[in-house]
Ligand binder design. Structure first.
Ligand SMILES: Cc1cc2nc3c(=O)[nH]c(=O)nc-3n(C[C@H](O)[C@H](O)[C@H](O)COP(=O)(O)OP(=O)(O)OC[C@H]3O[C@@H](n4cnc5c(N)ncnc54)[C@H](O)[C@@H]3O)c2cc1C
Length: 450
């Protein structure tokens, strides 16, 4: 017989969204239980201890300006952040040619720079016109939602290198190819994060700061405050919902309450059974919002050798398979850690490689950017998020053509006593940790102020 628990609100998922919803409901005097499938909290944030004990993140890690909810959590939980290493020059590789540059503007031909500049200004202007609460209500929503981001790039970026840089933006920020999602989604997401420079930037952008001890400390801190209200190893299989309330069946637990907050990515929300079945409109939405594809690779060296060569450790290239790197060393600088992302089609392709073959391909890219010293790491840690049963891809979900305009209103609209949370439902910093927190706050507010 499953253990029976009676509360006011049942929360599914102990990621940042579910934990935030629980925090706010408890603060308002409500009883909650948080049912988490994994044997840990934090969802898409996850710390990993290297063999010498140094913590690196294998999931979400950076926070940046305007992410005020995360900044408040850092302060409330007494955590510390530090700046992403950025002293020296970055590396840009087109084909086999390697350029080093300082600051935000790469040393490439003025023609390409002008092309990029005009396209970025145009794109950011369009993004501002997408209402964050209702992207489907944008003045040109139909036109923008019936073309892919790839179509827009082809029509608006004239040079091959300019197009390659926009492709990099798509892969780096959406973990998908520009043909995978609609222009309206690209505009919404960019507006939601504050523009291309904010999304792609390190200093002054979303990759500005890191957590001392790793970002999972935020979820761990929230969970500690919730105590035994958080139940691990309890995957939710079924939600019965009636006018009188909800019954939520997890492995080993049957929880009843007035409301349920489903704080998991849309794809996984669709893998639970609902009784009665959800309206077709909602189900069809969740059939159409896939998660991106990312394999995050931390490659560890005795020391950050690239710093001695005057490099920041930040590299981008048009070839891959690793197209973006960062210096991910701890605050002490030892060991040296290079972080390489496999994103979009590269993550999908290398997912099918044997582990040793994939490691070789990743290290090969680092050698291309940083020279032969990159050939001999002392440790290698990767996580392919598509393989994670309780995530199935990241960073967040992307919306293909036609989805925002035809199904958008189903994303957040509660159904009876079922409320939806998760980074994918956020209006600001959608897909990011800050957006997850916003979504949890919003779901709690829906319950507290019906
Ligand atoms: C590799 C990677 C890099 C990223 N980089 C950044 C970054 O630098 N900065 C940033 O802000 N964001 C980043 N993100 C995104 C960020 O981590 C997420 O947006 C955020 O953590 C999502 O929180 P969430 O609570 O909405 O969802 P999740 O963290 O996915 O939480 C959902 C929880 O629900 C659980 N669950 C799922 N199904 C069930 C079920 N049936 N029953 C019970 N529990 C269930 C899951 O186990 C999980 O714990 C990154 C993500 C990844 C994976």
């Amino acid at each position: 017989m499953p253990e029976r628990i009676e509360v006011d609100t049942v929360i599914v998922g102990a990621g940042l969204a579910g934990l935030t919803a629980a925090r706010d409901l408890v603060a308002a005097g409500r009883d909650v239980v948080v049912l988490e499938a994994r044997d840990r909290v934090g969802g898409r944030t996850l710390n990993h201890a290297l063999s010498d004990g140094t913590v690196v993140e294998v999931g979400g890690q950076w926070i940046g300006p305007t992410q005020l909810r995360m900044a408040k959590l850092v302060a409330d939980l007494g955590l510390e952040t530090f700046a992403t290493y950025g002293e020296g020059e970055h590396v840009l590789r087109f084909g086999t040619s390697l350029a080093r540059y300082r600051g935000a503007i790469p040393r490439i031909s003025p023609v390409v720079l002008a092309d990029m500049g005009q396209a970025q200004a145009r794109f950011d202007r369009l993004a501002q016109r997408v209402p964050l609460e209702a992207p489907w209500a944008a003045d040109r929503a139909e036109a923008w939602d019936s073309q892919t981001f790839a179509t827009w790039i082809r029509r608006n970026v004239r040079t091959a290198k300019g197009r390659a840089l926009f492709d990099l933006f798509a892969e780096g920020v959406f973990a998908a190819e520009p043909g995978d999602f609609s222009l309206l989604h690209a505009l919404f997401y960019t507006h939601s994060g504050g523009g291309i420079d904010m999304l792609a930037g390190t200093r002054g952008g979303a990759q500005q700061d890191r957590f001392v001890g790793g970002s999972q400390l935020v979820a761990l801190g929230l969970a500690e405050q919730l105590g035994d209200r958080v139940r691990l190893g309890a995957p939710v299989r079924r939600i019965d919902h009636r006018d009188a309330g909800v019954t939520v069946l997890a492995d080993g637990i049957l929880a009843t309450g007035r409301d349920v907050v489903v704080a998991v990515p849309p794809t996984l929300a669709a893998r639970m059974l609902y009784e009665p079945a959800l309206p077709g409109y909602r189900d069809q939405l969740t059939q159409r919002v896939p998660a991106g594809s990312v394999i995050k690779c931390n490659v560890v060296y005795d020391a950050p050798f690239w710093r001695d060569d005057g490099l920041t450790g930040q590299a981008t290239g048009d070839r891959g398979p690793v197209k973006v790197t960062f210096d991910n060393s701890p605050p002490s600088g030892t060991p040296g850690v290079l972080l390489g992302f496999l994103e979009g089609e590269h993550a999908r392709r290398l997912n099918r490689f044997a582990p040793a073959e994939r490691r070789e391909a990743v290290i090969g890219s680092l050698v291309d950017y940083f020279g032969p010293q990159a050939r001999s790491p002392i440790e290698y840690v990767e996580l392919d998020w598509s393989e994670e049963e309780w995530t199935r891809g990241c960073y967040g979900a992307h919306f293909p053509t036609g989805v925002w305009t035809q199904y958008g209103p189903a994303l957040r609209a509660s159904i009876g006593h079922i409320h939806w949370a998760g980074a994918e439902t956020a209006t600001v910093w959608n897909g990011y940790m800050d957006g997850a927190v916003q979504s949890g706050e919003r779901a709690a507010a829906e319950i507290l102020n019906p």
